[in-house]
Design a protein around this ligand. Structure first.
Ligand code: 5GP
Length: 192
């Protein structure tokens, strides 16, 4: 019988809040595996295929949808993003914590499928801080405006979807907060 009882940790937050940096550090923990999403958006210069995302074209993405390959998928800012179902199951079968970096609609869908999901919202200390972080990774003009608008639009809609809210100022503090959440909620599988 497959063990699917271990923890799913969903981490959401606006672009630029520092999710990827924090999760790269969190992934160093032996009991944690970050699941790599699939997307049709183009790769940024600082990103690596199969590490940050599996970058695919729309046809490939749609094929995966028709094969039921996604646990959930959404359209966000004109691009498709999806969580590969099998990758999540494999992490859970290994008895580890599956970490997903996804937006709120996806978080809701994952919570429905896996009731053991803990959803965490990372919030920037301020809008100014978020804008500075987005600019520092090269965002400007219309793209910057759109991402800031999306962050604001999403904010009041969080409702009670999230189990924990973490203000993300320093990466080390964010990682510590996530580790504490895992320690409180995760029970490693008993040896066979
Ligand atoms: P970005 O383009 O900045 O990497 O990501 C845009 C948004 O899509 C972020 O909020 C990110 O968390 C979300 N996202 C990334 N992968 C997935 C996914 O597989 N599913 C869902 N629902 N959202 C995702």
């Amino acid at each position: 019988m497959t063990k699917l009882s271990s923890l799913v940790l969903v981490v959401s937050g606006p672009s630029g809040v520092g999710k990827s940096t924090a999760l790269a550090e969190l992934a160093e923990l032996a009991e944690v595996e970050v699941v790599v999403s699939v997307t049709t958006r183009s790769r940024r210069q600082d990103e690596t295929d199969a590490v940050d995302y599996h970058f695919v074209d729309e046809e490939t993405f749609r094929e995966m949808v028709s094969r039921d390959g996604f646990l959930e998928w959404v359209t966000y800012d004109g691009h498709l993003y999806g969580t590969p179902q099998r990758a999540v199951e494999e992490v859970l079968e290994r008895g580890k914590v599956a970490v997903l970096e996804i937006e709120r609609q996806g978080a809701l869908a994952v919570k429905r499928t896996f009731p053991q999901t803990v959803a965490v919202l990372l919030e920037p200390p301020s809008r100014g801080d978020l804008e500075a972080r987005l600019r520092s990774r090269g965002a400007s003009g219309e793209f910057l405006d759109r991402r800031l608008a999306l962050a604001e639009r999403d904010d009041p809609m969080q409702g009670d979807l999230y189990d924990e809210i973490v203000t993300s100022a320093e990466t080390s503090e964010t990682v510590e907060a996530l580790v504490r959440i895992i320690e409180t909620r995760y029970q490693p599988p008993a040896p066979d």
